[in-house]
Design a protein around this ligand. Structure first.
Ligand SMILES: Nc1ncnc2c1ncn2[C@@H]1O[C@H](COP(=O)(O)OP(=O)(O)OP(=O)(O)O)[C@@H](O)[C@H]1O
Ligand SMILES: [Mg+2]
Length: 259
């Protein structure tokens, strides 16, 4: 059975302020979902809450992944189970190289699946890394640099996709992985995601632009507004938003409070 991320009536508060006010969403392996919505509507909040960021308090609702209640698990345990988040603003980790970071992450994921696993051999890891970096058009010296330290905006986004490509999660959440990319980089990054898309990967693409959805075609598009998903539809919903903006969403669902 395909594993599934199931979000039911999730409410989240940050510093006692209610941000998400009941979100429902189901994502299966093999499906691509896009999440759109105005600035401040709660898209990144959903991503952080799903990964278990300590500042994001889930005050109601349920999140299960592969049938397990993940709200009880640490961010690390969630990642090892195969849940992946590419951050809107990736953080630098001075002192930890890209290669070391990835090798540690791969090994802890392998160990979670099989406690007897001895880890990936250096030789296999090197060739895996070389292959994945080449497919994302990343220069080889990046592997020896500290993760995201001094990386340009576009380089950070590519490094996120490199993590996605090497870790092979079951469900990946990409928070504005397309923002700040030049046109060529957008094609490379979207192409990198497309290569990974298939029956084993479910994706939630958080984006403001229809542009990226030309490369990564969503099965479903959802609109977040004031902390709720207020519209869901097929790929044409993204076109509609691009043409009409969010005014009609606001008119239909706004209550004058919040963003
Ligand atoms: N640490 C925080 N402290 C207080 N409020 C916060 C914090 N983080 C987020 N918020 C608020 O939560 C709301 C939702 O923010 P969020 O980042 O989820 O929006 P978003 O939909 O991802 O927006 P964008 O499209 O601009 O990325 C905003 O009003 C924001 O100001
Ligand atoms: Mg955001």
């Amino acid at each position: 059975m395909a594993s599934m991320l199931e979000i039911q009536n999730v409410q989240v508060s940050i510093a006692d302020k209610d941000i998400l006010r009941g979100v429902d969403l189901k994502i299966k392996q093999g499906e691509i979902h896009a999440l759109m919505g105005p600035n401040g509507s709660g898209k990144s909040t959903l991503a952080y809450a799903l990964m278990g960021h300590p500042g994001y308090k889930v005050t109601a609702g349920q999140v299960t992944f592969k049938g397990i209640d993940v709200l009880e698990l640490s961010p690390d345990e969630r990642a090892r189970m195969g849940l992946f988040l590419a951050f809107q603003y990736p953080v630098a980790i001075p002192g930890v190289t890209v290669a070391n970071f990835l090798r540690t992450a791969i090994n802890s994921r392998r160990k979670a699946e099989d406690p007897k696993d001895r880890g990936i051999s250096i030789r296999k890891f090197r060739s895996l890394l070389r292959e994945k970096m080449a497919s994302l058009d990343m220069p080889e010296d990046v592997a020896g640099r500290y993760l995201n330290d001094g990386f340009s905006g576009g380089e950070k986004k590519r490094a996120e996709i490199l993590q996605l490509a090497t870790l092979e999660p079951d469900i990946a959440i990409l928070d504005e992985t397309d923002s700040g990319l030049d046109i060529d980089a957008l094609k490379i990054v979207a192409g990198g995601v497309n290569q990974l898309v298939g029956p084993d990967l479910g994706v939630l693409v958080i984006t403001h632009y229809q542009r990226v959805l030309r490369y990564i075609q969503p099965d479903r598009v959802h609109v977040m507004f004031e902390g709720r998903i207020v519209e869901s539809g097929g790929a044409d919903l993204a076109h509609q938003l691009e043409e009409r903006g969010y005014e009609w969403v606001r008119a239909a669902h706004g209550n004058g409070v919040g963003a």
